[in-house]
Design a protein around this ligand. Sequence first.
Ligand SMILES: Nc1ncnc2c1ncn2[C@@H]1O[C@H](COP(=O)(O)OP(=O)(O)OP(=O)(O)O)[C@@H](O)[C@H]1O
Ligand SMILES: [Mg+2]
Length: 229
Amino acid sequence: MHRSANDSKLIMNVNRRSQISEGYRNIRTNIQFSEWNHRLHVIAVVSTQAGEGKTTTIGNLAVAYAHEGKNVLLIDADLRHPSIQSLFKVSNRTGLSKLLANQCSHEEAVQLSGIENLSLVTAGPIPPNPTELLSSGKLQELIEGWKESYDVILLDTSPIMAVADGLIVSSISDGVILVVKSGKVKREYIRKTKERLEHAKAQIIGVVLNHKKISKSEARHYNYYGYRD
Ligand SMILES: Nc1ncnc2c1ncn2[C@@H]1O[C@H](COP(=O)(O)OP(=O)(O)OP(=O)(O)O)[C@@H](O)[C@H]1O
Ligand SMILES: [Mg+2]
């Protein structure tokens, strides 16, 4: 999947008819038709290294689900590099780090996104102990509660190679989407990530090959199928 330089990062909300929006709808549809769909309420996005496209992918996927009428909660569980607030242009004064530390209420942490059916929990101020906060059991408890109110809960995470945070979040999700930056990450590292996810009992439900440049003929093929929402 490759966006051109002037595309908005939240392309699903700006141009629903673009090829790339179709790509995000395809990810949503593939999940819905996957054999695991009946128990996929909580989905995390992971990657091996930083900057492979996790936040962009999960943000657009959240909008794709919301456009379909699903009640969606998008949580920024990348406590070391909060970015959902920039993508949706909302405040990060409060959020997950404060909720996990019992320093704010649900009402303060869950924000409107400006997009119908989509609520957000930003990461909040960067805490001194992200791994400890994420592994305390409190996140799992919060998610269990949110399952009552939301059809789909989506989680952004930290890169797997760097710290344990992404694995912890993956292990409490029903499924994970592995984003791979095309041509940039050594196969050996991707294999290691896959092994780590399996070891953490995470279920990889799909792989998104990101930043992939497509040829003109491939682009024409996409256009032929056009807009289908
Ligand atoms: N498909 C794409 N085509 C072109 N640019 C992209 C694409 N996906 C992401 N980008 C750009 O690549 C950069 C990194 O993307 P993003 O922030 O989503 O990655 P990330 O995995 O969340 O990074 P981090 O681990 O640092 O949080 C951003 O500038 C984003 O706009
Ligand atoms: Mg990110």
